[in-house]
Design a protein around this ligand. Structure first.
Ligand code: B12
Ligand code: SF4
Ligand code: SF4
Length: 369
């Protein structure tokens, strides 16, 4: 199988996959302990696969699996300069360009077809992000990179701006050794985290992480709103702080080049984005899955965080929106910006409001305005 593994790597490089690592399909026993501890501490988030046994035992996912082919595809690309002074939001780099689930998924399918050509009876199952396996645990054991205190898989010279994915296969491929490296004394990411979600190394509380908070539906807990700044989807702070990312080249896979200004959206336009505009601009990105209303809600918070009185008219218009979540966050944003126009609009909205949660938001905003 040695020469097949070499051929597979060469083919992966042709496809624009610079990192390929192989590990056995043995269970991830240390991960099981970590996941059980996290769940009992209330740190498992709804984006995680629920079945811990399946997350840790590849053979429960593909019976007869003997190896895992792990891949890393870099996504760092040059930001495109955008003209004008309009207030803009920030979309994390994971959602620039095309949806990585599709791009990495298609690359893995091509690798599977390549292996099947040589070994026609091969069984396989591929996954990126949404499958049962923990992509980082797989990547770490397969030697893709080491795990930083910010939890990210880091490599040299690409840093941590990598999408991960893997293919379980029935083939007995030659495993790679894990990368023997760690963060040493550095703690920059822990200090850079705006919310304290990374309270200690390798240990994140997703419910405090702005990546989770910007993607989850519903009302954002009040204590996190001002910490969001102009983030609309995801958060890159703990990776931007990492010295290994300073050395990283800006030559990610071309599929992740930002299209237009979607990665730094005009906040006022985003707040009033129609269904058609959403479908055109975001449906094919990985930010699309969280839906239009979540992005609009975050635009309201980001406008509030600008403190800019020019944002008041569009936020006042959002007080009439059919979505209670949008009305509530527009009220919060108006309270944060303040001024007579904001106050008068909040008072008249309060008189008409029927939703108790929105009414409470307006009342609170009027106390601060
Ligand atoms: C749920 C989830 C989230 C949640 C929770 C994040 C988390 N850290 O668990 C939220 C929504 C917050 C999130 C945020 C982000 N995510 Co996310 N997320 C996932 C998902 C679906 C599951 C992760 C999981 O199982 N978490 C549970 C914990 C236990 O897993 P873990 O971090 O891998 O755990 C390791 C540590 O606990 C470590 N550990 C514990 N103690 C010790 C001690 C030592 C010494 C060492 C070395 C390690 C160690 O061992 C575990 C196994 O490796 C994966 C996809 C997947 N299916 O795996 C993507 C994934 C992890 N996310 C990814 C990305 C890109 C992000 C964001 C950067 C997106 C953004 N810009 O906003 C942020 C980064 C936040 C962060 N610092 O982790 C990438 C990571 C790529 C990489 N290079 O590492 C993944 C792999 C998706 C993908 N396929 O590319 N994510
Ligand atoms: S993604 Fe942002 S909020 Fe989440 S742990 Fe990293 S720095 Fe903290
Ligand atoms: S910032 Fe420092 S501690 Fe955090 S992941 Fe990078 S090297 Fe490790």
């Amino acid at each position: 199988m040695m020469s097949l593994t070499l051929d597979l790597r060469a083919y992966a490089h042709e496809l624009g996959i610079p990192l390929v690592g192989i590990t056995s399909a043995e269970p991830f026993l240390d991960l099981r302990e970590i996941l059980i501890r996290r769940r009992s501490a209330g740190k498992q988030c709804p984006f995680e696969y629920d079945d811990i046994e399946k997350r840790c035992d590849p053979r429960l996912v593909l019976p007869g699996a003997r190896s895992i082919v792990a891949v890393g595809i870099p996504y760092l690309s040059k930001p495109v300069p955008i003209p004008g002074n309009a207030p803009r939001g920030r979309i994390a780099r994971v959602a620039w360009g095309q949806d990585y689930h599709r791009v990495v998924g298609e690359a893995l399918e091509k690798l599977a077809r390549f292996l099947r050509k040589h070994c026609p009876g091969m069984e396989y199952r591929s996954m990126v992000d949404t499958g049962p396996l923990a992509d980082r645990a797989v990547a770490r054991r397969a030697g893709i990179g080491w795990q930083g205190k910010n939890c990210a898989i880091i490599t040299k010279p690409l840093g941590s701006w990598l999408f991960l994915g893997e293919m379980l296969t029935s083939l007995p491929l030659e495993p790679d050794p894990p990368v023997e490296k760690d963060c040493g004394e550095c703690t920059r990411c822990l200090k850079a985290c705006p919310t304290g979600a990374l309270a200690s190394p390798y240990n994140i509380d997703p419910h405090q992480c702005l990546s989770y908070i910007t993607q989850a539906r519903g009302f954002i807990p009040g204590e996190f709103r001002h910490l969001m700044g102009n983030r609309i989807y995801g958060c890159d702070a703990c990776q931007e702080a990492c010295p290994h990312n300073r050395e990283a080249g800006k030559d990610g896979h071309p599929a992740f080049l930002p299209a237009g200004d979607c990665h730094v959206p005009n906040l006022t336009e985003l707040l009033h984005m129609s269904k058609d505009e959403f479908a055109r601009q975001y449906a094919s990105t990985s930010a699309g899955w969280c839906g239009r209303q979540v992005l609009r809600r975050n635009a309201a918070v980001a406008l509030g965080n600008t403190g800019d009185p020019d944002a008041v008219p569009s936020l006042v218009a959002a007080l009439e929106d059919p979505s209670p979540v949008l009305r509530g966050h527009a009220a919060w944003a108006l309270g944060r910006i303040g001024g007579t126009v904001a106050k008068t609009a909040l008072q008249s909205a309060r008189a008409k409001e029927n939703d108790p949660l929105v009414e409470a938001e307006i009342r609170h905003a009027l106390e601060t305005v």
